[in-house]
Design a protein around this ligand. Structure first.
Ligand SMILES: Nc1ncnc2c1ncn2[C@@H]1O[C@H](COP(=O)(O)OP(=O)(O)OP(=O)(O)O)[C@@H](O)[C@H]1O
Length: 519
């Protein structure tokens, strides 16, 4: 077995491009990731995850642990072996939760193998281009920030670690949608405040490559910031950079390097995000921000993408700028203080109701996305950009008292609840697909379930097929065919005694054709 950290061990300072010496804090040579033996690596040739220029990646096991196994096969010439060594050496230096964990490597006759942690959701590019994958902009920006955390770690190391092939396919995703940077085959170290140059060929992937790299000019870590700008654009648009516009590399180079052409930014994108992208892919590398700056910008952008209500944004930024999930107790205390909640006897019930729609069952935390959605549902229609307790919280309690209101149930769950109920039975729920909207699910005359969208009209109230009313109960009251509240709303248990006027008698007057036993 050869020594995978190179003929000279990782401590050997000749690896650094400058040749300058750095002290090692390793007390012995035995620290660091393992060299594993090929016998310890198990995988089935059918279990391919994907292939890249390096070789094939398999799902397998190493020392019993499920892992990703990257295998370089075929003719392993000096160049390939040197790239493999670079990747192993570089990966063995970096440890961060947003960097794919290097676990070990092996060299067998005709095979170079790298073992890393397995990221089950694949890469960001695949997810972005899979239209069935639901990914809110808020989530995509959190993914961007994860990548930026990983990149910041690389750029803060001493010497600086430049990735050189940052792109959406080199960002891997775990089961919790956390993102980790991978693929260090082209990476290199440079000294702080120094520049480097490619001698023979520009390394990286052209669509993500900084102009100065494409032009064989001197460059530094800001080339990764350019690539990150393109990744941010991909995360914003879910499209391929330049969308196949360029077929020839010469024309592409001319457009990007000479004319400063960049992927087109959608006009309706959040301003702070387009500003950040424009800074990242700036032609002049010194104008590009550091990853620390990028992370700080993304904190604010994530809040802007998650909460549309202006006051809600201010509240979250003031209290939780860097967090997406906060303890309920902390949140409710901060909210009460922020809005100066009056105690008119409903305070406790209001808080219980807010918790019921904001906090997932069995959890005691509030997520930024849930808070943004609740404000969409309860503030938008009223044209108030406000989290004022007196209005929004009272409105939440008022709606939850209605026995026909079932909240966040799915279409399938709504249909299940309506099975066997007569014509006119109905429930109202949040629309899962359209922010701020509701859906009325009811049993039609022919006994089949019917779903109608109620949209929020800022400043006016709610709109059901042209019927505009200031509140949802008024829509329910004035809409034909909604007579029998569907039982089983989970919110009813919040109220100690049956709510007066919460049921039947609040619904629209039945017309002559209505037959309650219409079964
Ligand atoms: N640790 C891992 N867990 C899960 N999937 C992985 C892991 N490492 C790589 N992959 C997936 O395996 C495939 C091949 O990865 P690889 O890094 O070899 O190539 P690439 O990045 O797609 O291409 P290239 O190296 O040519 O730029 C990609 O789809 C990648 O998402």
């Amino acid at each position: 077995m050869q020594n995978l950290m190179g003929a000279k061990r990782a401590r050997d300072n000749t690896y650094y491009s400058s040749g300058q010496e750095y002290p090692s804090f390793h007390a012995t040579e035995s620290f660091g990731p393992s060299e594993v033996t090929p016998e310890e690596i198990e995988f089935d040739a059918k279990d391919v995850i994907g292939s890249g220029s390096f070789g094939t990646v398999y799902r397998g096991r190493c020392r019993q642990k499920p892992v990703a196994i990257k295998v370089l096969r075929g003719i392993i010439d000096e160049k390939k072996l040197s790239e493999f060594r670079t990747e192993v050496h570089n990966m063995s230096k970096i440890f961060h939760p947003n960097i794919c964990l290097f676990m070990g490597a092996a060299l067998a006759p005709g095979e170079c193998i790298i073992v890393t942690e397995l990221l089950p959701k694949g890469n960001v590019e695949m997810l972005l281009h899979n239209k069935e994958q639901v990914m809110s902009l808020s989530l995509r920006m959190r993914m961007a920030r994860d990548a930026a955390f990983g990149m910041n770690w690389l750029h803060c190391s001493n010497p600086i670690f430049i990735h050189r092939d940052l792109k959406s396919s080199n960002l891997l995703v775990d089961n919790h949608m956390n993102v980790k940077v991978c693929d260090f085959g082209l990476s290199q170290f440079i000294l702080r405040d120094q520049m480097t140059k490619d001698e023979k060929r520009a390394k990286g992937t052209p669509l993500w490559m900084a102009p100065e790299v494409m032009n064989f000019q001197a460059f530094n870590e800001k080339c990764d910031v350019y690539s990150f700008g393109i990744v941010l654009w991909e995360l914003l648009t879910r499209k391929e950079p330049f969308e196949g516009k360029f077929k020839q590399i010469a024309k592409f180079k001319e457009a990007v390097c000479l004319r400063g052409e960049r992927p087109i930014l959608p006009t309706d994108s959040p301003q702070a995000l387009t500003d950040l992208i424009n800074l990242c892919w700036h032609q002049e590398p010194t104008y590009r921000p550091t990853f620390e700056f990028i992370i700080n910008s993304l904190h604010g952008i994530i809040v802007d993408c998650s909460i549309r209500d202006a006051q809600g944004r201010i509240f979250w930024k003031t209290h939780y700028l860097k967090e997406e999930e906060v303890p309920w107790n902390d949140f409710v205390e901060a909210l009460c203080k922020y809005v100066g909640m009056r105690d008119d006897g409903n305070r406790e019930t209001n808080q219980k109701c807010l918790k019921a729609i904001l906090v997932e069952p069995k959890k005691e935390t509030v997520s930024i996305e849930a808070f943004g959605k609740v404000l969409d549902w309860f503030a938008m229609a009223h044209g108030v950009t406000s989290v004022e307790a007196d209005t929004v919280l009272d409105r939440i309690r008022e709606l939850l008292t209605r026995s026909w209101f079932h909240g966040d149930i799915t279409t399938a769950e709504a249909e299940q609840k309506l099975v066997g109920l007569p014509h006119g039975a109905f429930l109202v729920r949040f629309s899962s697909t359209n922010a701020g909207n509701y859906t009325i699910s009811s049993v039609a005359k022919n006994g089949t379930p019917r779903h109608q969208r109620v949209s929020s009209v800022p400043g006016q109230g709610y709109n059901l097929n042209g019927l505009v009313r200031p509140s949802l109960p008024q829509i329910v009251n004035d809409c034909d065919g909604l007579y029998i509240p569907c039982p089983g709303s989970k919110y009813q248990s919040l109220f100690a005694s049956p709510i007066q006027g919460s049921g039947y008698e609040q619904c629209s007057t039945m017309n002559d054709e209505t037959n309650l036993m219409d079964q």
